[in-house]
Design a protein around this ligand. Structure first.
Ligand SMILES: Cc1cc2nc3c(=O)[nH]c(=O)nc-3n(C[C@H](O)[C@H](O)[C@H](O)COP(=O)(O)OP(=O)(O)OC[C@H]3O[C@@H](n4cnc5c(N)ncnc54)[C@H](O)[C@@H]3O)c2cc1C
Ligand code: SF4
Ligand code: SF4
Ligand code: SF4
Length: 438
């Protein structure tokens, strides 16, 4: 009997097992162009075509079924100690872009865009590999190489739908000029694994800027919210922004007839239980622990007025250099904060990913389901917290069923949005008492 080909193993143990994060690394890694994502606004899963040479790169790079953080931390960050919630942190900052347009155009403080723009301006990079609005289908994002300041600015803000950014790695590998990179934790896990597997682009991707990630949704979540706003046909959409206007911003859709419709971002979040990628329920990385610099919402400044703020964690020497130079060239306004302050402002999200994810991994494993493996140790949890997680898991399972989504379609957006925003406020208050205080 012939041995199973690596690509078949990938399909069986990751894709068919429900462990695909949709990072797109396998597609971007394949030197033969065998893999593609035929349905990016649907299941968004990789599919294999003809011509596989069994080189094994797709399987070696895939972060879907397993990830060991520690070897990467040692390799990328040296001996610096790792914080239990944030990963290795050299310094933590609360910051925003100095340019008011970049700040206003960003998801939080426009810091990712400011970093990428400043690296380009200094001539250290010739652009960035990132997730940007698609040229012909402006309602969705796609992986592309932005080579001008204008293209980097156009990619600003978060797109809360499945995002196989790393399909761009094939093109990035042949870039004659160095490129920066911006992506989600699982995308950077894939990139790091690919580098370790011997992938050698003509110029390395540096700095690797990571955005925080609590979870991600099927594009159907965006479509469902748009339908509630009265937008029924994608072809009518001219522009979508998930974080438009005053921070934390609004989900806003402009149609070709010039009409603009929007709903506060925190109300958009009500789509999460109904449309979350199930793999995200098992993800243990909120703060993008393998990035050179990680950037998330700077919630400690929420309600302070005057525009958005980001939290930035500097992890590696490469990140330190890029960050210090961005400060020195006055592209960002930044104030150093303690690592504990950085952890505290995301207590609610750490509760989801550093406590809840481990409990769910254990629970689903007991039911015989395939779950990813990590080298992070689960914290000890009291009975009440473990019992609570059974309810949370049941709620996710019910909400994402066909019936759950029908109920979501019938719910009034405004009233349930307010309910969701209030629940989040309570969760944030309780969890801000300390990393273990949720
Ligand atoms: C799916 C998702 C979930 C997130 N969850 C959280 C969370 O729970 N807590 C938190 O604090 N922050 C979260 N973030 C990050 C947050 O929304 C902001 O991206 C972050 O604060 C940086 O804001 P900024 O203004 O500095 O960046 P900006 O200047 O707005 O730049 C954002 C960069 O992110 C890239 N990007 C946008 N969407 C995607 C995507 N889907 N995949 C890959 N790259 C993308 C863009 O290309 C752009 O370069 C999430 C982001 C995403 C996309
Ligand atoms: S050629 Fe290599 S990377 Fe491409 S599908 Fe086959 S094993 Fe995977
Ligand atoms: S590399 Fe990413 S997109 Fe490909 S199978 Fe693995 S998790 Fe899915
Ligand atoms: S929660 Fe994890 S797996 Fe899901 S999109 Fe974010 S980084 Fe990827």
């Amino acid at each position: 009997m012939s041995a199973e080909r690596p690509v078949d193993l990938l399909m069986r143990t990751v894709v068919d097992a429900g462990l695909c994060t949709r990072c797109g690394t396998c597609v971007g890694a394949c030197p033969e162009g065998v893999l593609s994502i035929p349905d990016p606004t649907g299941a968004c899963l990789p599919a294999a075509g003809e011509g596989c040479t069994s080189c094994g790169l797709c399987l070696a790079a895939c972060p879907g079924a397993q990830l060991a953080f520690e070897p990467f931390e040692r390799e990328l960050f040296g001996d610096a100690p790792s914080h239990g919630l944030l990963g290795v942190v050299r310094s933590a900052w609360i910051a925003h872009a100095s340019d008011p347009g970049v700040r206003r155009g960003g998801a939080s403080g426009g810091v990712v865009t400011a970093l990428l723009l400043d690296s380009l301006r200094r001539g250290e990079t010739g652009g960035a590999a990132l997730f940007a609005p698609h040229e012909r289908e402006p309602w969705r994002g796609w992986g592309r190489i932005a080579r001008s300041g204008e293209e980097i600015r156009a990619a600003a803000q978060s797109r809360y739908h499945l995002s196989p950014l790393n399909t761009v790695l094939g093109e990035a590998a042949s870039s004659g000029t160095p490129l920066a990179y911006a992506g989600l934790p699982c995308q950077i896990h894939g990139l790091r694994r690919l580098e370790r597997a011997g992938w050698r682009p003509r110029s390395p991707l540096r700095p690797v800027v990571g955005v925080y990630c609590g979870n991600n949704l099927y594009f159907a979540g965006t479509a469902a919210v748009m339908r509630k706003l009265g937008v029924r046909r994608l072809a009518d959409v001219e522009r979508i922004a998930y974080r438009e206007g005053e921070w934390p911003g609004s989900f806003s859709v402009r149609t070709r007839d010039g009409r603009e419709r929007s709903v506060p971002k925190l109300h958009f979040n009500q789509a999460i239980p109904f449309y979350i990628n199930r793999r995200c329920l098992f993800c243990v990385d909120l703060a993008n622990e393998l990035a050179d610099v990680s950037v998330g919402d700077g919630w400690m400044k929420e309600g302070s007025g005057g525009g958005g703020w980001s939290v930035a964690l500097v992890r590696s020497e490469t990140g330190e250099r890029a960050w210090r130079e961005t400060i020195a060239s006055k592209a960002v306004v930044a104030e150093e904060i303690s690592v504990e302050d950085a952890a505290r402002m995301h207590g609610h999200a750490f509760d989801l990913k550093k406590r809840g994810s481990f409990l769910r991994l254990d629970l689903w494993r007991r039911f015989g389901c395939a779950v990813p493996r990590y080298d992070r140790r689960p914290p000890r949890e009291p009975f009440g917290r473990r019992a609570g997680e059974i309810l949370v898991s049941a709620q996710f399972a019910l909400a994402s069923s066909k019936a759950g989504r029908l109920i979501f379609a019938a719910l009034p957006l405004g009233a349930t949005g307010r309910l969701f925003a209030s629940l989040r406020a309570v969760w944030m208050r309780r969890s801000s008492r300390g990393p273990g205080g949720a």
